[in-house]
Write a protein that binds this ligand. Sequence first.
Ligand SMILES: [Zn+2]
Ligand SMILES: [Zn+2]
Length: 325
Amino acid sequence: MPRRPRVVRDYPLAIGNLKALLDGCAKKLDDPDLRTKVIALIPAVYGVRDLGSSLIPREEASAARDRILYYFQKYPLTLIEGDELLVISGIGEWARRLRELRVQQGWWIFSGVTFREMLSAEPEQEADLKQALLVDPASIKPDQYVLMRVEQDRDAAYRWNTLNGIRRKNIGVKEKLLEYFRANVGRVISGEELRYLAKNKKEWARRSRELRTQSGWPVVTRQQGRPDLPIGSYLLEEDRQSHEHDRTISDAVRVEVLERDKFACRVCGWKREQANKDDPRRLLELHHVQEHVKGGKNDAENLLTLCNVHHDEVHADRLDLSPYL
Ligand SMILES: [Zn+2]
Ligand SMILES: [Zn+2]
């Protein structure tokens, strides 16, 4: 079998070598035996790869994975084709290196598939994505990739073990998501990570949303009054499920109520930006004025925004809301 040629970092020389290799194999391509022709082409294939991997100076990035990262960092928020990564990494296994960067090392590299699944469950994120990438999100192809944050998410490396432990469990996607969120209260988690947790089952996005809209877990995105969160991220604000009768609220109604109440508790005016560790007020919740089960409507008129402290007061019958309606 032909040996893989030595990596060359001098383009004219590398191209010269490649031409010589191609000339050499051109003769063998007349051979009637298919296998002889295949084997003749191998050095030329490696020659092209070596040329691709030599585009980044070795002192900048010597390993294939480093070259992939270097390339993404040079073009953040830009749609990169898988074939570009094949060229720049110079290896056929670039997809595995990419996965290591994404899930193990905490680089927020999203794939077109993940965006597609996220947007089908959270269409409100489309405008933000369009603004960030300057393309129509509908035009993103499944095998394109984007570095969404320039800084590394160093916590992701710590989350990695928890992630894998839960991923391997024989439980439904929604249960896995909830367990992972509860293990990471207050930490920003990427959609890419949740998709991996769900073993790439596309329901991850819809289930994440259901945890909020149906089960009353405060799993938020940028759209629920947290513009500080990165695009494509999810966060469980508190390990606390809302009161049973406040659980089924659609996102459209939720956002309508929060905006109407200017993202502040209707009793005390507390806003999330005022949060500090000495204050028991930590999150905003929605409360049905007339209980949903007793015929109260699930619309904005029957809902109001409360901080967790005043919400608990109301449910403990220690606070009369009538002056605040
Ligand atoms: Zn309050
Ligand atoms: Zn309530």
